[in-house]
Design a protein around this ligand. Structure first.
Ligand code: NAP
Length: 297
């Protein structure tokens, strides 16, 4: 149980509700900042404005998946209030207070390091990334169906990258009957692709592989689907780019060429916010329980 723990939840989307539900069930005390318009009430959770919170008693700060923007602002769908996380706020917390975020940026890195507080990026964890690949795949299948006039079954599909998302995407589309080729650069990835019963190719040969491609799903956060590649794709190819940081596709050239290319960020939060929230809630509750027990030792 998290009895005696004081947690501040700052902003977010529907995923945060699962986190709040789980942590209140575990008896943590929660300050909800940026939730004024939330109808639902949770026992043990109090809606507060950021300047009303006594951060000196806060054991953990939970940020939404994107963390803050580069000015420290935190997005919330439950309030119109502007919420800003500052170094001063972090400095006013006890030294054991940890900051939990999905991802980070320069601003968040800087204020947590200047305030000497530990920042935990949940999306860096393999367990979170692998669980999260499940709703990501479902969202990708949804987009593939919505944006094509042919079945996935029997289509020629290219997946780029064999990381945590790429592997789940490649396997799922293979099970749906697509002819899946996977592009990677490491020999162990090429070996694994073969072991999975799929066709591997080295990314250096990407241009040679796209002549019959019906759909290309990118998971590599680097410019891999470049103009040279797009120029060799059939005009009907659908590109779905899942990679962060603006994806890995030359969208300008794709549009010029008339190839449909879609950037699809944040699919878990869109297609399955409840499940995506439960993934985060489970991991966060484990981390907070470990934190509490290590402080009691
Ligand atoms: P990951 O496990 O780190 O996999 C990334 C893959 O990209 C690896 O196969 C890696 O290969 C390859 N790669 C990285 N940089 C490369 C480069 N410069 N050239 C060639 N290959 C490169 O990451 P992940 O968890 O699968 O996530 C993949 C991307 O999807 C991330 O950008 C993530 O933020 C994003 N994502 C999006 C959604 C969504 O809803 N759209 C959901 C979850 C994740 P090496 O091992 O050879 O580096």
């Amino acid at each position: 149980m998290l009895t005696g723990m004081q947690i501040a939840v700052l902003g977010g989307d529907a995923r945060q509700l699962e986190i709040i539900r789980k942590l209140t069930e575990l008896d943590a005390k929660i300050s909800l900042i940026g939730f004024e318009q939330l109808d639902h009430a949770f026992t043990g959770a109090l809606k507060e404005k950021i300047d009303e919170v006594d951060f000196e008693t806060v054991d953990g700060i939970i940020l939404p998946v994107p963390g803050t923007n580069l000015e420290g602002e935190i997005e919330t769908i439950f309030s119109n209030e502007r919420i800003v996380l500052t170094e001063e706020i972090l400095q006013s917390t006890p030294s054991h207070c940890k900051i939990y975020s999905g991802i980070t940026n320069k601003y968040l890195d800087e204020i947590t390091s200047s305030a000497n507080r530990q920042l935990i990026q949940l999306f860096e964890r393999d367990d979170v990334a692998i669980f999260n690949s499940i709703p990501t795949v479902e969202g990708t299948i949804m987009m593939a169906i919505q944006h094509t006039d042919f079945t996935i079954h029997g289509s020629n599909l290219i997946v780029l990258g064999l990381g945590r998302v790429g592997m789940s995407v490649a396997r799922s589309f293979h099970h749906l009957g697509a002819r899946v080729k996977v592009g990677a650069r490491k020999s162990e990835h090429l070996a694994r692709i073969t072991e999975m019963g799929l066709k591997p190719f080295h990314l250096d040969d990407f241009e040679k592989e796209v002549g019959d491609c019906d759909m290309c799903i990118n998971t590599i956060p680097a410019q891999v689907v470049n103009a040279g590649v797009i120029a060799r794709m059939p005009a009907h190819t659908l590109i779905i780019d899942l990679a962060s940081k603006q994806g890995g596709t030359d969208f300008r050239y794709a549009e010029k060429r008339g190839v449909k290319a879609l950037l699809a960020p944040g699919l878990p939060g869109i297609v399955a916010p409840k499940s995506a929230g439960q993934i985060l809630a489970n991991v966060l509750s484990q981390l907070l329980l470990q934190d509490l027990s290590s402080r009691k030792e």
